[in-house]
Design a protein around this ligand. Structure first.
Ligand code: FES
Length: 102
């Protein structure tokens, strides 16, 4: 499937992904952006992404730990931690923006 990722500099890039992959490593390795400092254990918040409107219902709801981190980051609507998003075919065509560095 193809995703569209808007980088921190505003550049939109196509990213190939497969169902079952976790989003954070894909962004870190495919977009070469400095995210995922904690390795995906919900302690850094560097993997914050904002899904375009309408896509939040296509991914699993956040866990309590992810919700706590999103609140601590004062994250906007549609925000998720990329380390907690496992992709499925339901997100084919997803467009998201990597949040600015805190
Ligand atoms: S990689 Fe640290 S919170 Fe997602």
């Amino acid at each position: 499937m193809e995703l569209t990722v808007v980088d921190r500099d505003g550049t939109a890039r196509a990213l190939q992904a497969k169902s079952g992959e976790v989003l954070m490593p894909l962004l870190r390795d495919g977009i070469d952006v400095a995210i995922g400092i904690c390795g995906g254990v919900i302690s850094c918040g560097t993997c914050l992404v904002i899904l375009d409107e309408g896509w939040s219902g296509h991914v699993a709801s956040p866990s309590d730990d992810e919700t706590d981190m999103l609140e601590a980051l004062d994250a906007p609507p549609g925000a998720r931690l990329a380390c907690q998003l496992t992709l499925s075919d339901a997100v084919a065509g997803l467009r998201l923006t990597i949040a600015p560095e805190a």
